[in-house]
Design a protein around this ligand. Structure first.
Ligand SMILES: NC(=O)c1ccc[n+]([C@@H]2O[C@H](COP(=O)([O-])OP(=O)(O)OC[C@H]3O[C@@H](n4cnc5c(N)ncnc54)[C@H](OP(=O)(O)O)[C@@H]3O)[C@@H](O)[C@H]2O)c1
Length: 345
């Protein structure tokens, strides 16, 4: 194998319809790298905004999009002794962030540096997490652990760690929410999920075991509902996916001393509420999440693979241009529950 298929986006904001299919050499590896054969990748809301131009951080021209890759090691650099050909691995979202806070937005796969929408990639061995042999998760489920999984884990454990019996609220039924729901349920939390769709809420309950459901369209004051569910105590951890447009409601229903994990920006505010005063009144923590260090991904993989949690992948597309564009379109439509994937190998 000397050549591979790679997809590139000409520039940030070019639109995913402009993705170009290329044939390129399979990369040569350095002593501290491995050659990864990518078996599957998953899409994130980030990939839509990178393609459409709304991503607030740097994106290189001609980027290979998508941050999430799960695969097997094809070749190992001379200085890499702890990995071997054939090992199953995932690469961390930010290749430079091994522990602690992410230092900048310049090392995330599929944005400032080339990502996973390709057959082969050379990656530093230190950024890889090995998948235990007993794990039965499929490639798409493993790929979904990279950005979404680590983000959800960071929201639950990156600061004051979640305790069994605490309540966690997830906004919407997208990838981050459904993944967080599965992790929190498995850790003994009580879960509340919101959605614009009763059908999706039903699925969240029946397939993923959500304890409490709130439709935020028919019930715009969903915070009051969450307060009722928690008998006025409030929610211990909130997955703030809406951002400035939903944070006022989040502060209204967060428990005293609870955490609002600011993850997304799906619902920008027309008029920004006075968050400082609201937070001061509630004595809560508002914490920005930047995906997460490899150290968090290590812990996530140990938990998910140890318990063999079958992570929420809803649909898997093929590695053809037509299918890839369909996958972007499907995610953009918001009709999914959980993750949308592309099978590469
Ligand atoms: N900070 C980080 O490190 C980080 C990492 C990963 C993702 N993110 C961000 O987190 C957000 C979610 O990402 P994702 O990949 O899970 O997206 P996704 O899979 O595309 O999920 C989008 C879903 O969010 C729900 N939603 C939209 N507007 C909402 C609102 N006003 N209130 C509640 N729910 C709403 C909708 O669910 P329903 O149809 O059920 O209503 C929608 O289907 C995005 O903004 C993404 O950029 C940030």
């Amino acid at each position: 194998m000397s050549e591979q298929t790679v997809y590139r986006l000409p520039s940030k904001g070019a639109g995913y319809q402009k993705l170009e299919q290329k044939t390129e050499p399979v990369p040569k590896i350095q002593a501290h790298e491995v050659l990864l054969k990518v078996h599957a990748t998953t899409l994130n809301y980030r990939d839509i905004v990178i393609a459409n131009g709304g991503y607030p951080f740097p994106v290189k021209d001609d980027v290979v999009p998508l941050s999430d890759g799960a695969g097997t090691i094809e070749q190992v650099g001379d200085a890499v002794k702890w990995l071997a050909k054939g090992d199953r691995v995932i690469a961390n979202f930010d290749l430079s962030n091994l522990y602690g806070p992410q230092q900048d937005w310049l090392n995330g796969l599929g944005g400032p540096i080339d990502g996973m929408l390709r057959q082969y990639i050379a990656v530093p061995a230190r950024s890889l997490v090995k998948i235990p042999e007993t794990t039965t998760l499929n490639w798409a489920q493993l790929a979904g652990l990279v950005c979404t999984g680590t983000t959800a884990w960071n929201a639950l454990y990156g600061n004051n760690p979640l305790k069994p019996g605490q309540t966690v609220l997830f906004q919407g039924t997208g990838g981050v929410s459904m993944t967080g729901l599965m992790l929190a349920k498995a850790a003994g939390a009580i879960t509340i999920i919101t959605s614009s769709s009763d059908e999706k809420l039903k699925m969240a309950k029946e397939q993923y075991g959500a304890d409490h459901l709130i439709n935020y369209k028919t019930n715009p004051n969903w915070a009051a509902e969450a307060n009722k569910i928690t008998e006025g105590r409030g929610v211990d951890i909130i997955f703030e996916n809406g951002g400035s447009g939903t944070i006022e409601q989040s502060v209204e229903c967060v428990a005293r001393g609870g955490i609002i994990a600011v993850i997304g920006f799906l619902s920008p505010a027309k008029e920004m509420p006075d968050v400082a005063s609201l937070v001061l009144g509630k004595g809560c923590i508002v914490r920005g999440i930047n995906v997460g260090a490899k150290q968090l991904t290590d812990d996530l993989v140990a938990f998910v693979c140890g318990k063999n949690l079958q992570m929420p992948v809803e649909k898997i597309f093929k590695f053809t241009k037509e299918d890839i564009l369909e996958a972007y379109k499907y995610l953009e439509s918001g009709s999914h529950v959980g993750k949308v994937a592309i099978q590469i190998a």
